[in-house]
Design a protein around this ligand. Structure first.
Ligand code: PMT
Length: 398
C-alpha cells in the first residue's frame, strides 16, 4: 500500500482476499500508515505488517528478500503517482519500492489519485513504461474524487481488484477458446405487463463466466432478466424470452463473417419450456364474474438439444434442475438432449438451486458415470466445472 485517501479501502481488499483463501502480507509505505494504522492492517490480515528496511523482522535482516520470495503476486492498492514514478525509474528507497525490485513474479497495480495527476504526461509515461515492463493494471475508475473533482482516478472497485488478481494467478487452460454460457430465467409474456418466469438469479452462470474468463477463454454470455452487475471482459447479450435466447444463442454458436464460432457451451439458464400461444397486446382485464381463466401454452425450442445436434467437435454441457428423483431424471434428460455432460442439481436440497450462493451438483457423463460433488459455493462449482470443460475441449481437439 502506498499513501492516498483510498488506502482505507485496502482493508476491504485484504478481507476479500482472505475470504477467498489467500494469505495476505501487508507492506505499507510511511504515507500509507498516515491514513490507516498498522493495527488495522494487522488485525485484518492476521499477519505482522512490514514498513521499514531499517527495522526488519527476520533474523538476517533481509525482509525485502524473504517477503519477495514468499509471494505469488504483488498487489499495489492504492498505487500513488509517486510510487508509480519510483517503480518506473527502478528506485528503491523504502521497503515497498525495494520489495518491488526484489520480486520477480506478477505485479498488479491499482492506481488512485487526482485526475490531473493521473493524466499528467509524467504519469502517462510511467504507466506506459510499467505496462511495457509487464505490470498488470486494474482501474483507475472514473467518478467523483475525494478532492471534489470528477474524472479518472478512483481506486477500482475492490471486487474487480481481487478478480483481476485471481485471473493473473489462474492457469490459462482455455486460452484461445470461445465459450458460450447461458444464465438466468426467461420471461414468457402473457400481456404487456405480465409474464411467466422462474426464480433463477443467474448466479450459477455468472460464476462460470468469471471462472472461464480467469482460465483465459473468450466468454460470450446470453442471459435472461437478472439483477447482477455486468462482468468486465465478458461479451454479454441480454434477452427476455426463450425464443430470443434460442435465436441469439444459435447465432453466436456458429461462425459468421463477423465473429468466430464457439468451442463449447454451458447452459445454466432456466429456460421456460412453454410460452403463451398468443400474448395479449392489451393488459388482460379482470372480469369479476370469472373465477377461472385458461391459458393455452405452446412449447419453446430446446436450445440445449439444438446446440448438441449442431455441435460436431464442440463440447456441450447442460444443467438439469430437478425436484426429486434427480439422478434418474437426469439420465433420461441426458439421453433426450444429447449433451456431453449434464450437471444435475436438486432444487429441493438445502443449499442447492435457485438464488443460493452454494450448490450441490452431480456430474453425469456420456458413459453414464455419475460424480457427486459436495456442497460448494457456486464460485467453486464454477471453477471446478470450467476445469472439467477445459479438459473435455482439449481432448476433443486431439
Ligand atoms: O441462476 P441461479 O439462481 O444461480 O440458479 C442456478 C440454476 C438452478 C438455474 C442452475 O443450477 C440450473 O439448474 N440450471 C438449469 C435450469 C433448467 O432449466 O433446467 P431444465 O432441467 O429445465 O433444463 C435442462 C437443460 O436444458 C438446461 O441446461 C436448460 O438451460 C436447457 N433448456 C431447457 C429448456 C429449453 N427450452 N431449452 C434449453 O436449452
Amino acid at each position: 500500500m502506498s499513501g492516498g485517501i483510498a488506502a482505507y479501502r485496502s482493508l476491504d481488499i485484504i478481507r476479500l482476499f482472505r475470504e477467498q483463501g489467500a494469505v495476505v502480507t501487508v507492506a505499507a509505505t510511511d504515507s500509507a500508515l498516515e491514513f490507516v494504522t498498522p493495527l488495522s492492517f494487522q488485525a485484518l490480515s492476521g499477519e505482522p505488517i512490514h514498513n521499514s528496511l531499517s527495522n526488519p523482522t527476520t533474523p538476517d535482516g533481509m525482509d525485502h528478500i524473504h517477503l519477495a520470495r514468499q509471494a505469488d503476486l504483488f498487489v499495489i492498492a492504492p498505487a500513488t503517482a509517486n510510487l508509480l514514478a519510483k517503480m518506473a525509474a527502478g528506485l528503491a528507497d523504502d521497503l515497498v519500492s525495494t520489495l518491488l525490485l526484489a520480486f520477480d513474479g506478477p505485479v498488479l497495480v491499482a492506481p488512485a489519485m487526482n485526475t490531473n495527476m493521473w493524466n499528467h504526461p509524467a504519469t502517462r509515461r510511467n504507466v506506459t513504461q510499467l505496462k511495457a515492463d509487464g505490470c498488470h493494471f486494474v482501474g483507475p475508475a472514473k467518478g467523483l474524487l475525494a478532492c471534489g473533482e470528477e474524472g479518472a482516478g478512483r481506486l477500482a472497485p475492490v471486487d474487480e481488484i481481487v478478480e483481476e488478481a485471481r485471473t493473473i494467478l489462474t492457469p490459462k487452460s482455455l486460452a484461445g477458446r470461445r465459450l458460450l454460457i447461458t444464465a438466468g430465467p426467461t420471461h414468457e409474456a402473457l400481456d404487456p405487463v405480465r409474464f411467466i418466469a422462474n426464480s433463477s438469479s443467474g448466479k450459477m452462470g455468472w460464476s462460470l463466466c468469471r471462472a472461464a474468463r480467469r482460465a483465459g477463454a473468450d466468454v460470450v454470455l446470453v442471459h435472461g432478466p437478472v439483477s447482477l452487475p455486468s462482468i468486465p471482459g465478458v461479451e454479454s447479450h441480454p434477452v427476455t424470452s426463450a425464443q430470443e435466447m434460442f435465436e441469439t444463442t444459435l447465432s453466436l454458436w456458429h461462425q459468421s463473417k463477423d465473429r468466430p464460432g464457439c468451442d463449447g457451451a454451458i447452459l445454466t439458464a432456466a429456460v421456460g419450456d412453454y410460452r403463451p400461444v398468443t400474448p395479449q397486446t392489451d393488459k388482460i382485464k379482470k372480469n369479476p364474474d370469472q373465477t377461472e381463466i385458461s391459458l393455452t401454452l405452446t412449447t419453446n425450442p430446446d436450445i440445449l438439444a439444438t446446440l448438441a445436434s449442431q455441435g460436431a467437435g464442440k463440447v456441450v454441457v447442460g444443467f438439469a434442475a430437478e425436484t426429486g428423483d434427480a439422478l434418474n431424471r437426469g439420465v433420461e434428460k441426458m439421453a433426450r438432449k444429447g449433451c456431453d455432460l449434464l450437471v444435475i442439481n436438486d432444487l429441493l436440497e438445502p443449499g442447492a438451486g435457485f438464488g443460493t450462493d452454494t450448490n450441490r451438483v452431480t456430474l453425469l457423463n456420456r458413459k453414464g458415470e455419475m460424480t457427486p460433488w459436495p456442497l460448494l459455493s457456486k464460485e467453486e462449482v464454477g471453477e471446478q466445472l470450467i476445469q472439467t470443460v477445459a479438459t473435455l475441449i482439449q481432448e476433443r481437439a486431439k
